[in-house]
Design a protein around this ligand. Structure first.
Ligand code: ADP
Length: 849
């Protein structure tokens, strides 16, 4: 351990002082050279030869050492190169003098010859000195370019000096100088050794020095052995020589002793090195064993962890499977629940509707209406919960089909109109003129969002308006960007509550639910639906002033789309007056009329309207038509109409009343007041444009234009048939008694002849023997279900096999529609259905007798 520490210490010392070695060597070399030169200048023998009786250093040798010092100190710079070349040339020139036996005179350049020298050429440096200068000079020249060569040359130069040095120590004259030639001075030899060390340390990590500075076993071995090998033989030789000089033994004996002691010491060194290497090896093996143990431990830990992870993964997979099974069970449960709840709800709502159509006392009517509206609210909540669960089970999908966005929005308005009328709130639709009408999208889901937002707006608004704005926000390859806003003038929402709105079951505060009802699910569903359609939803609101909920969708255009609004030629240029106290409603109507080419003015009250009408009369540019809002403060629409009609001069202006709450018998009253027509707000644009055209083009005196007359006219012109009771023969296959009665009653009210069966077998049997115009088929029935019955009927030949079959099902889960169509049915209505749904089915599918 200690030895290895020593080696490491030595290495670190060498590394730390490596840079200094060349500089110290340079200093020593220059000092040596200068001292001797001073000795020559002053003729001071002590400075030239160190010890009396020894060879003195020649003047040109001293110059050589000064140059060597310069070359070492400025290594790598031009000065160093010049100095090295100078030294090499000095050595070479002297060698040439020796070999060619000529005197080039370089010895006397500086000083006269050495008077004490016994040599042939007293001023000339020794042959070995010249050789050393040549080798060392070349080593310095190559030190930066060829490290190995430079180190070998330096070692060779050092070896020549070492021989002289050993000669001095052992008194071997022939090692100091050759024959009659001048010998190498002792300090010259020492100077060369120092310079050689300096050269080796110029590149301490390369060439021959690489092994010395190596951090591995080779370096350790060399660092340990080298000093011993340098010092030991010399010390032994000195000791043995002294013994010989003291006359203890002769030369042979001295040589033998030297030989033996060398053998012993070298063997000792080898033995110690072996010992050390062995110990190092043992430590290495121990370290390896430790490493292996750590590795084995690591492997064991990794294996344990992997096993734990695997177990965990298995547990997770199991949990996932269980969760998936639970989700499947949940969605199946939902489907069953949905069916089970909708079936009786169908009975409740339908029967209540029928009940309301009968003669009832006011109290009975009141109760029945409460039952009806409660059942409808319950159904809404059920639908919300079902929708949310379907979304969470990933069962709800978007089914894009071509549809008319304007019709979709107007439907929503029509649906909410009674509520708006009841609360005396203006419900207005503003459909941008830039906006195309037909798109590919899921109208059902868009309508659901709109109903939710507009329903909330109505719910939270006590007075003012609810405005639905449909804006065009650009179009690209992906479709048209539709931006829909629902603006109300209701209670608004405080800023700090806005963030919570789209969270499940979140209401602005709990008093909201007490005062307005609701579950807090509507907005969550809206958000999920918009997300599923790739859109966005949001809200702006100010507490106490109202809110604006918005959503935007990008929908592709329906390629079969009808062209955008085309101005009606019949209406173009016609002057019209819009009278409404509500500025938003006024503005929207005016905009609508202007889009159809009418020249439109507005009046905010009856008085202003009368003024405008008179003014126009005076100008000779009368208003051909005036739209009067029924509900206005001070003078209402009917009073205004009566006033206008009372003035003969204003008889050219046709009057259309816009009312939000039509009651039985209103028509007669309006006709008596002199109106050409009345429409129920919110007025679908198609109705408004038709009504305008009818009252302007072909007014039938005494006949009011209403949404019914318009619808009839449309049907007549489209189908060429009059709208008489249908007289269709309909087979109803339904097992639930309440539903049997409900559907029969509804169908009978539409003028149908109804037969009822309560299972699939009976339905097939009936269909085989009678030619029905339509079969309404429940899907789940005992004995044979609706799907099997349909398949059986479809196998019948002729008329029986091709009878239109429409599924009536309480299953509202995804894929039910596809299942019905795949079974051979023509269409699908889900229970509980509205009378309109049934009418649509009859009109679309009933084979006319
Ligand atoms: P519900 O209306 O069934 O409670 P919603 O998710 O539709 O659930 O609405 C959540 C809450 O957001 C409502 O309870 C109400 O506090 C607030 N809110 C929604 N729309 C409006 C609106 N137009 N004006 C004011 N508050 C609204």
């Amino acid at each position: 351990m200690a030895t290895s520490l020593d080696s490491a210490t030595l290495r670190s010392v060498l590394a730390r002082h490596a840079q200094r070695v060349p500089r110290v060597a340079a200093l020593i070399s220059m000092l040596l050279g200068c001292t001797v030169l001073v000795g020559w200048a002053l003729d001071a023998q002590g400075l030239k030869m160190i010890l009396p009786g020894l060879s003195s250093m020649k003047a040109n040798t001293a110059v050589g050492f000064v140059l060597l010092g310069l070359a070492l100190a400025f290594s790598g710079r031009p000065v160093a190169r010049c100095a090295s070349v100078g030294v090499t040339l000095l050595g070479l020139a002297t060698l040439v003098e020796y070999t060619s036996a000529r005197n080039l005179g370089i010895d006397q350049i500086l000083f006269a010859e050495d008077p004490w020298s016994e040599a042939t050429f007293p001023g000339r440096m020794g042959l070995n000195t010249a050789l050393s200068f040549t080798l060392v000079g070349m080593a310095l020249l190559l030190s930066r370019r060829a490290t190995w060569t430079s180190h070998l040359l330096a070692l060779a130069g050092g070896l020549v000096a070492l021989m002289a040095g050993v000669g001095y120590v052992l008194g071997a004259q022939s090692l100091i100088g050759f024959a009659s030639h001048t010998g190498m001075a002792l300090h010259t030899a020492l100077g060369f050794l120092v310079v050689c060390a300096g050269i080796l340390w110029l590149q301490p990590r390369a060439g021959a020095m690489a092994v010395l500075s190596s951090p591995f076993a080779d370096g350790a071995l060399v660092r340990r052995l080298l000093p011993v090998m340098l010092v030991l033989p010399l010390s032994i030789a000195i000791v043995l020589l002294m013994g010989q000089q003291l006359g203890w033994y002769g030369m042979e004996m001295g040589l033998a002793l030297y030989c033996v002691s060398q053998m012993v010491t070298l063997s000792m060194v080898v033995w110690l090195s072996g010992l050390w290497l062995g110990r190092t090896d043992v430590r290495r093996r121990e370290a390896e064993q430790q490493q292996q143990a750590v590795l084995a431990h690591l492997e064991e830990t990794v294996a344990e962890r992997t096993a734990a992870l695997l177990r965990q993964t298995e547990h997770l997979a199991l949990a996932r499977d269980q969760a998936e099974a639970a989700t499947r069970a949940k969605s199946e449960f939902l489907s069953t629940m949905s069916h089970e709840i909708r079936t009786p709800m169908n009975g409740v709502i339908g029967m209540c509707g029928l009940l309301l159509d009968t003669e009832l006392t006011p109290v009975q009517r009141d109760y029945a209406e409460i039952v009806h509206s409660s059942a409808i609210s319950l159904l809404t909540i059920l639908n919300d919960i079902l929708d949310l669960s379907k979304m969470e089970a990933g069962k709800l999908s978007i089914e894009p089909i071509p549809f008319d966005l304007l019709v979709c929005a107007e439907d929503v308005l029509g649906m909410l109109a009674p509520k708006a009328a009841e609360k005396e709130i203006d419900l207005v639709l503003q459909y941008s003129t830039q906006m195309p009408r037909r798109f590919i999208g899921d109208p059902g889901r868009i309508r659901q969002i709109l109903v939710n937002l507009a329903g909330n707006a109505l719910k939270f608004t006590a007075k003012g308006h609810v405005l639905i704005r449909v804006d065009f926000r650009g179009a690209d390859d992906a479709g048209t960007l539709i931006h829909v806003e629902v603006e109300d003038t209701g209670i608004g929402i405080p800023d700090d509550k806005l963030g919570r709105l789209f969270q499940q079951f979140s209401q602005v505060d709990s008093s909201t639910s007490r005062e307005y009802g609701g579950t807090g699910l509507g907005l969550v569903i809206c958000e999920r639906l918009t997300e599923m359609m790739g859109g966005q939803i949001g809200v702006r609101s100010e507490a106490g002033r109202g809110s604006t909920f918005w959503f935007s969708l990008r929908l592709p255009l329906d390629p079969e789309a009808a062209p955008r609004w085309s101005p009606k030629a019949r209406l173009s240029g016609v002057r019209a007056l819009v009278v409404d106290d509500n500025p938003v409603a006024r503005h929207v109507s005016r905009q609508q009329l202007a889009n159809w080419g009418l020249r439109c003015d507005e009046a905010a009250s009856g008085e202003v309207a009368l003024e405008r009408l008179h003014e126009a009369r005076r100008q000779g540019d009368v208003y051909r038509v005036a739209l009067l809002d029924a509900r206005m403060p001070e003078m209402d629409g009917i009073a205004l109409g009566q006033k206008i009609r009372a003035e003969e001069s204003l008889s050219d202006t046709a009057l259309i009343l816009l009312t939000s709450a039509p009651r039985q018998g209103d028509g007669q009253q309006f006709a008596a007041a002199g109106f050409a027509g009345y429409l129920v707000k919110p007025v679908p644009s198609a109705d408004l444009v038709e009504a305008l055209a009818t009252v302007l083009d072909a007014p039938v005196p005494g006949r009011l234009v209403t949404r019914y007359t318009l619808a009839e006219a449309r049907l007549e012109s489209a189908a060429g048939v009059s709208v008489e009771p249908l007289g269709l023969r309909v087979l109803v296959a339904e097992d639930n008694r309440v539903n049997q009665r409900l559907v029969s009653r509804l169908l009978e009210k539409q003028g149908c002849l109804v037969e009822v069966v309560d299972n699939g077998n009976a339905a097939v049997e009936k269909a085989r023997h009678f030619a029905y115009d339509l079969i309404l088929m429940d899907c789940q029935m005992p004995q044979m279900d609706g799907f099997q019955a349909t398949a059986a009927i479809r196998r019948e030949p002729g008329l029986a096999g091709s009878v239109p079959i429409v599924a009536m099902t309480a299953n509202a889960m995804q894929g039910d529609r596809e299942k019905c169509l795949a079974a051979g049915m023509n269409d699908y209505i889900s229970k509980p259905f509205a009378v309109q749904d049934l009418k649509r089915v009859l009109e679309q599918w009933g084979r006319r007798p």
